[in-house]
Design a protein around this ligand. Structure first.
Ligand SMILES: Cc1ncc(COP(=O)(O)O)c(C=O)c1O
Length: 415
């Protein structure tokens, strides 16, 4: 696997800023764009390759790296997709998605969050990934900056730089639940900064941006003249209670969401965003040109995700993640893993392994090679204290996680 540091300069990596392309860079001879070369691969891919290589001898590894639910989509979604396939009526849709689906999403905000969201603020997209790309395309000029916490979802930096933007990271830690503070945002904000991108619950930590903190941040971003983008892909997977969408903070908030995690529909590549109407109007033109429309089969099927039966099934998934997480994280802590900020949602825990190793990446490699258990090294999520952390995911059933714990126990010689 190519070393990621070949792509972006060491200096840019250390300062947490990704620089725009310079003339000197242009002299570089390659068939690949500098952007393509600078795109970081995931270090976890190295682990998956090693796990595949050892499998014929040692059998399958226990994966705690997966970022997707292990369940099928709710049965009504499958039935709806089968009916659409039988009719064969699968064509382009409106670039912002089928009006019925946008309406169903609006109705769900009303039901769930008590929020009235006009249709002209909703766009259906190809996953939250498509939503984030389109938002960046709609708001960034070349060289404009977006503030992103470090650690955070690794693709965020690529969404920004693919659209000519520059990422400025804000180092966060457990003292603030891995969420940025107003002071840190104000300090990082510069003349070219356009937006703050946060996630609640976040990946890799599962921690929330509490309503008060979110309100303070939104106020600060407004005062600074920028936009607050909130990735709420795990919002419906909060373990206790059902916090309202942070769209409640105001109509200037941009919220990104998806069918991927809540409804176990990762492969259907369907998500949505809510944004001010003028941004959605720009996104309509952009999506027309960039990919015409989101997938029609997935949109028709996703309509059934809001059936009461589907919502009930999704609720059982949420309960399963909660139970799996409380088992896995308690057992890992018993074995010496730290959990400085307990997750409140999603299906991740960001564990401090500094009591077990001084290099979390090497720890992950050894755990893979010697125990057949896979965890994601902190370096996949940023440059702030990456050697200290691993991300575990608990999407697999309890029996699998139990086997994983037995293996880790033996690996650490504590069993
Ligand atoms: C925080 C976060 N945002 C966005 C995504 C992309 O999800 P989608 O499948 O909807 O494109 C992921 C996927 O893991 C994620 O964890």
């Amino acid at each position: 696997m190519r070393d990621k540091d070949q792509g972006a300069s060491k200096e840019s990596r250390q300062s947490g800023r990704f620089k725009p392309v310079t003339i000197a860079d242009m002299n570089h001879r390659s068939n690949l764009s500098l952007r393509a070369e600078a795109t970081r691969p995931f270090y976890v891919m190295e682990l998956l390759a090693r796990a595949a290589a050892r499998e014929p001898v040692y059998g399958p590894s226990i994966s705690m790296v997966v970022g997707e639910p292990d369940f099928p989509p709710p049965a009504p979604v499958i039935r709806a997709a089968q009916q659409v396939l039988e009719l064969g009526d699968i064509h382009y849709t409106h670039a912002l998605g089928m009006p019925e689906l946008r309406q169903a999403i609006a109705a769900d905000y009303l039901r769930r969050d008590g929020l009235s969201v006009e249709m002209n603020r909703i766009a259906i997209t190809s996953g939250a990934s498509g939503a984030l790309l389109l938002v960046m395309a709609a708001i960034l000029n070349p060289g404009d900056e977006v503030l992103i916490p470090d650690p955070s979802y690794p693709c965020n930096r690529e969404f920004v730089s693919a659209m000519g933007g520059v990422v400025r990271t804000i180092a966060v830690d457990a003292s603030t639940d891995f969420q940025p503070t107003v002071a840190a945002v104000e300090q990082a904000w510069g003349p070219r900064t356009r937006a703050l991108l946060v996630a609640s619950p976040g990946n890799p930590t599962g921690t929330l941006l509490g309503p008060q903190q979110a309100q303070l941040l939104a106020g600060a971003v407004r005062r600074l003249g920028g936009l607050m983008i909130i990735d709420e892909i795990y919002q419906r997977l909060v373990f206790d209670g059902s916090p309202r969408s942070l769209l409640t903070l105001g109509e200037d908030i941009i919220s990104v969401n998806s069918f991927s995690k809540t409804f176990s529909m990762t492969g259907w590549r369907l998500g949505w965003l809510v944004a001010p109407a003028e941004i959605v109007a720009a996104i309509e033109r952009l999506s027309q040109n960039l990919y015409i429309s989101p997938a029609s089969l997935s949109q028709r099927a996703a309509l059934a995700a809001f059936d009461p039966e589907s919502l009930e099934i999704a609720e059982t998934y949420r309960q399963r993640f909660k139970a799996q997480g409380s088992y896995l994280l308690a057992e890992l802590q018993r074995l010496g893993f730290g959990l400085p900020a307990a997750p409140h949602g999603a299906f991740y825990g960001y564990c401090d392994v500094s009591g077990l190793t001084d290099d979390s990446y090497q720890f992950c490699l050894d755990l893979c090679d010697r125990a057949g258990v896979l965890m994601t090294p902190g370096r996949d999520f940023g440059d702030h204290q990456p050697k200290r952390y691993v991300r575990v995911s608990y999407t697999k059933p309890l029996t699998v996680l139990q086997e994983g714990i037995d293996r880790i126990n033996r690996f650490l010689n504590k069993g």
